[in-house]
Structure formats: structure tokens, C-alpha cells
Design a protein around this ligand. Structure first.
Ligand code: CU
Ligand code: ZN
Length: 187
């Protein structure tokens, strides 16, 4: 009888160990089922608001893609033709004329140019071209912008400016693009 009791306890202990082991093995499987969703694509947006006396507005979107940042803009209220389009140093649109946004974003301290120039500011996006109805669409894949915080070319928190005149892509330091019609902060 004593031996039977001893065997029973031994069996009970074996069962408890087996159960505990089973529970531990089950834990990682449960974590796999609750795996976090794929990371959201890195994206930033600037809502463009008109400066004083102007009616230019719209949205500029920056999206991380393979090979660079895809920039797209949809803008209304322009005069037909080309309008300088830049990222400026400061994400500050508080001045009525947009001058609070500062100069072109230029972390490397180089000359002004356009997206196709060998030498250019990080903020040089070229021109928006508006049709007769005053709207402009812009799409470009630019490998010199960054949405990675800590990168010198990181653009979040900077300003976007749309100008009255065409950026000639050569005049220093601004491309002679004239007054600022709309300003937005990249968020
Ligand atoms: Cu500008
Ligand atoms: Zn520039």
C-alpha cells in the first residue's frame, strides 16, 4: 500500500511537470498569432495655406518608396504657368508674407539648382506648372530628400513654399522665384 501511494505521487509530479512544459511551449505560438501588423509606410504631409492677399492652397505629400521619396502635390489658386516650389529651412508660416520660413533648406551649404541639377539645395523641388484653371499637379521621385530622423536631409518640420514666379533653377540663391504665395509645414 505504501509503495502504491509513492508511485501515485510520482505519477502526479510527472503529470504536473509535463503540463508546465506544455504551457511554456504553447506561449511562443500564441505570440506568433498576435504578431504586430506590418509597419505603416513612412509618409509626411504639408497642408499649404495662402499667404496674405493670396488664394493658393493644397496638399503636398512625401512618401518613402523604393529608391527615394515620392513627392506629390495638388495645388489650386495659381496663375497659369510655372511657380517655384521649394522646401524652406523653417517650418514657420507665421509671417503674413511667408518669410518666416527662411531660405531654401540647404544643409550642405551648396548652390541653388533644380531636381535635375548636379548641385542643388535639398529643398529644390523645381517648379509647379499650373494650367489655365490655376491648378497644378506635381509628381516626382527624389532621392535627395529623407524621412529618416537623424539624416541631415530630414525634411519633417521644415516649410514648403510656392512662389509667384518661375524658378529659373540657376539664379542664386533662390532661383529668382519672387514672392511667397503659399506656405505649409511638413508634418
Ligand atoms: Cu522657395
Ligand atoms: Zn534652392
Amino acid at each position: 500500500m505504501k509503495k502504491f501511494a509513492y508511485l501515485s505521487i510520482l505519477l502526479l509530479i510527472s503529470l504536473l511537470i509535463a503540463c508546465a512544459g506544455g504551457a511554456e511551449e504553447a506561449a511562443p505560438a500564441a505570440e506568433e498569432v498576435a504578431a504586430p501588423p506590418a509597419p505603416e509606410p513612412v509618409k509626411a504631409v504639408a497642408q499649404m495655406a495662402p499667404t496674405e492677399g493670396n488664394s493658393v492652397e493644397g496638399t503636398v505629400t512625401f512618401e518613402q518608396m523604393e529608391g527615394g521619396i515620392h513627392v506629390s502635390a495638388s495645388i489650386t489658386g495659381l496663375t497659369p504657368g510655372s511657380h517655384g516650389f521649394h522646401i524652406h529651412e523653417n517650418g514657420d508660416c507665421s509671417a503674413p508674407d511667408g518669410t518666416s520660413a527662411g531660405g531654401h533648406f540647404n544643409p550642405a551649404g551648396v548652390d541653388h539648382g533644380g531636381p535635375g541639377s548636379e548641385v542643388k539645395h535639398v529643398g529644390d523641388l523645381g517648379n509647379l506648372v499650373a494650367g489655365d484653371d490655376g491648378t497644378a499637379e506635381y509628381h516626382a521621385m527624389l532621392d535627395y530628400l529623407s524621412l529618416n530622423e537623424g539624416d541631415p536631409n530630414y525634411i519633417v518640420g521644415r516649410g514648403v513654399i510656392i512662389h509667384a514666379s518661375e524658378d529659373d533653377l540657376t539664379s542664386q540663391p533662390t532661383g529668382a522665384a519672387g514672392a511667397r504665395l503659399a506656405c505649409g509645414v511638413i508634418e
